[in-house]
Write a protein that binds this ligand. Structure first.
Ligand SMILES: [Zn+2]
Length: 180
């Protein structure tokens, strides 16, 4: 069923230490971004200038790119201001609340998807050859005379209890945390 996200309760406060948050950030911003996220969190609020200084061995444009990637992933934000000399200043902070909401929306989407899939599985009979080359619904199997398109062996009705069970299991996991 692919990679499923571990569900978090209603009082969940997303943190960088949370494996689900780490997985999200890793997908969105990579290892470099996660390292910068940790640095921001330990030093926030921090000015953009100070961030660039901390990473002075890297090109400023590269560091900025990572900062903006964190922002686009809704994990970091900045406040723009103007100092006495008239220069624009940027103050960066981590904020993972939005990421928490994004993961909650993912659970909701997953639940909707699984419920549809469950309904479809319940309403259909599946067929396959003994080697399970192709799993297909009755109508599709009938179209090809119940002969497996891979090995030409006859296709038989399949027991989909295990599929149904694993779908129901994940649905019952998700439901309490996803309110429609
Ligand atoms: Zn086959």
């Amino acid at each position: 069923m692919g990679t499923t996200v571990a569900i978090r309760g209603p009082d969940w406060k997303p943190t960088l230490e949370d494996p689900e948050i780490q997985r999200y950030l890793f997908e969105e911003v990579g290892e470099e971004g996660m390292e910068l996220a940790r640095y921001l969190q330990e030093n926030e609020p921090i000015s953009g200038v100070d961030v660039l200084e901390h990473y002075s061995e890297r090109k400023p444009s590269e560091v900025r790119k990572v900062l903006y990637r964190l922002m686009e992933a809704h994990a970091a934000e900045y406040e723009k201001d103007t100092d006495k000399a008239g220069w624009e200043t940027f103050t960066w902070r981590m904020d993972l609340d939005e990421v928490g909401l994004i993961l909650r929306r993912r659970w909701a989407d997953e639940l909707t998807h699984l419920q549809k899939q469950l309904k479809f599985e319940e309403d259909h009979e599946y067929y396959a050859c003994d080697s399970l080359h192709r799993r297909m619904v009755f109508e599709d199997a009938m179209d090809i005379g119940f002969h497996c398109p891979v090995c030409q062996e006859p296709m038989q009705p399949l027991d989909n209890q295990q599929v149904l069970e694993s779908l129901r299991e994940r649905i019952s996991e998700l439901e309490p945390y996803v309110t429609a």
